[in-house]
Design a binder for this molecule. Structure first.
Ligand SMILES: C[C@@H](N)C(=O)N[C@H](C)C(=O)O
Ligand SMILES: [Zn+2]
Length: 253
């Protein structure tokens, strides 16, 4: 008889991780790494569901920011939240494969692929894996639908004028999300007028509730003080990873 193989159970999240939708269902979620519309051009390891998981204090901070923005006719939209270490490892493997530059035309047209980690655009040990870091933007109300991603559509640089970039229903931040380019540096002096004002709306709103921006990326913020400043988690992005919520064996995970 063939030897029986034992499957190793997936790690689970600590009890203070939550689904953002349980804390604030009004915050939009466009979880890019669950989809092929990202800098690798394929869904990323560890994202089993298109959902935002975070530590409870980080999610509650976003809820406070959202209340403020809703009063001003805007809403938050998250692109990425908790990121398992296996997803980061996928980024690292992709970065080593210099033959695969299929998404360069949109996400890093002016940066050599070998520089993406050294220039600070991607981290091999990411704050996202500690559970209190979020990539996000601001969307004006009423929300317009974002057209579905079409992989056949020719790529345009993420720093092109808004009308030429891949469509996004967010405010114009001067570049798209995950635009690995100096123009994405939050305070880049070439970003002026409305685009600068939109970045400051995001930054000021989030700083008031305890989130700190990464200067290289206008969309990347970390809640301080982090509940897990030294732990890089690897549980999959899935409701089944949460230990705080009731679980159903029948329903989707
Ligand atoms: C990859 C990008 N969305 C991001 O989050 N970059 C920072 C530096 C990270 O990987 O932690
Ligand atoms: Zn980020």
């Amino acid at each position: 008889a063939a030897p029986r193989t034992r499957t190793v159970p997936d790690p689970r999240a600590p009890a203070d991780f939550v689904a953002l939708s349980d804390i604030d269902p009004t915050i939009l979620q466009e979880m890019r790494y669950f989809t092929p519309h990202n800098f690798m051009g394929e869904p990323v390891d560890g994202y089993r569901r298109p959902m935002c998981l975070l530590t409870r204090p980080a999610a509650q901070a976003l809820h406070r920011a959202q209340r403020r923005l809703l009063r001003r006719g805007h809403t938050l939209k998250v692109y990425d939240c908790y990121r398992p270490q296996r997803a980061v490892d996928h980024f690292v493997r992709w970065a080593r494969d210099l033959d695969d530059q299929s998404m360069k035309g949109e996400f890093y047209p002016r940066v050599d692929k070998t520089r993406l980690f050294d220039d600070g655009y991607i981290a091999a040990k990411s704050g996202h894996s500690r559970g209190s870091t979020i990539d996000l933007t601001v969307v004006p109300l009423p929300v317009r639908p974002t057209p579905p991603y079409d992989p056949a559509r020719p790529l345009t640089p993420c720093y092109a004028p808004r009308a030429e970039r891949f469509p996004d229903n967010s405010l114009d931040m001067g570049t798209g999300f995950d635009c690995f380019d100096t123009l994405a540096h939050t305070l880049d002096p070439r970003i002026r007028g409305r685009q600068h004002a939109h970045r400051m709306l995001l930054k000021d709103t989030l700083e008031r509730v305890g989130l700190v921006n990464l200067p290289e990326e206008w969309w990347h913020f970390t809640y301080q003080p982090e509940p897990y400043p030294d732990t890089y988690f690897d549980f999959p992005v899935s409701r089944a990873s949460l230990t705080s919520a009731p679980r159903s064996d029948a329903g989707p995970s």
